[in-house]
Structure formats: C-alpha cells, structure tokens
Design a protein around this ligand. Sequence first.
Ligand SMILES: O=C(CO)[C@@H](O)[C@H](O)COP(=O)(O)O
Length: 223
Amino acid sequence: MTKKIAPSILAADIMNLEHDVKMAEKAGADLFHIDIMDGHFVPNMSFSPSVIEGMKRVTDKPLDVHMMIDNPDQYIKPVVDAGADTVLIHTESTNHIYRSIELVKSLGAKAGVVVNPGTPLENVKELFPIIDQILVMTVNPGFGGQSFLPGMLRKIQRLDQLRQTSAADDFEIEVDGGINAGTIKQCSDAGADIFVAGSYLFNGESEAEFAEKVDKLRQSAAE
Ligand SMILES: O=C(CO)[C@@H](O)[C@H](O)COP(=O)(O)O
C-alpha cells in the first residue's frame, strides 16, 4: 500500500492554522489528522466540528478525524457534516463499536477503529470486513509530544500478519504518537501505511525546514 504522511494539526499554530495547513500541503502532506478530545475520554480538550469545517474551506486534502470522546455516536453526524472524510472511533469509547462504524459508513464517510496501547487486537478482528483503517496508538492518547512506545511495534506487526492472512484485507494500518524520522521507519517496516506526525513537524521552523522533514519522513518510511 502507498505510504502516507498525515500532519496532526494539534501541534500546529492555532492562530495561524491556515498558514500551517498550506505549508503542510506544499510540503506534500497526503492528508490531515484532526484530534477531537472531550476532557472525559482523554484528560485534554481540543477541537470541535467547527475546526473541521474551517479546514475544509482551505484544503482539498482528506481530513482524518480522530474521535477521543465518550459517546462517539452522538457526534458522528456533526463531524461528517462538517467535512470529515474518515472518522476514527476508539473501541474503548463505546460498547457498540460495530454499530458506530456502520453509522459512519451510512453517512458516506470512511470509517476507522482506534486501539489504545493496552487494547488487544482481538477486540477489533471482527471489524476487518467493514473498516477502512485501523489506528494503532503508539502513545497513550490525549497529548502531543509524548515518546513513542516501542512495545507497539510488535502489535503493528501482528496486525499486518492478521491482515495478510484475512480474506478482508482491504484496510490501512495507521500509527499515531511519537512519530519521527526514526520511529516512522520502524513502524513502516512493521507494516504501517499511514503516519500521523505532530510535534516532529510543527515546531516553529521555516517552511523549507518543514518540507525537508516531510521528505525525510517519506524517505524513512520507504527505505
Ligand atoms: O492523538 C494524538 C495524541 O493523542 C496525536 O494525533 C498527536 O497529535 C500526535 O502528536 P505527536 O506525538 O506526533 O507530537
């Protein structure tokens, strides 16, 4: 599968979001990752659907929306209406993940399931036939700038093996948290396809340096 770079706007300069989005687009970002946090499911708060709506006005790149909230079903329609192309739901946030994924699909968006570091892959195997992406968290969710959890590499590998041996193998493996030029290669070698990067990319450097970092990520993922 094609390797894709997804800048996480959690680390962008919120007062200059349009500038940062254009910079990332120019640098070759394949899609944008938008974190929705409610202060309950994770101990932090972030964006709401209005940010998705704003992003949609300034970029044509796909918007990958990561729901870190309790009662996700309540907000699936608002985020799809706001312009989410993919909606990613944590399996730990609902008793009825299958239903949540079906709801996303019924609204015409792509659907993904997210697994926290402590959640076994067993919990998502039954979803393979109906999902477009599985996001393996490589940090505990809620904050940018955390260190990559190396123990997750084995999980990515196992997921890739399960995908290869499954009849329903038509989904991408995404990783999120602590991704940089070193960890991206490890994740790519383990079988990941989509790489979310926040603090590694958005740290106030020039546009040229930002573009160099995107190139570096892409090269490391391909090596
Ligand atoms: O979902 C999250 C954090 O929970 C992420 O999307 C972060 O935005 C990733 O940030 P870095 O680890 O790359 O700084």
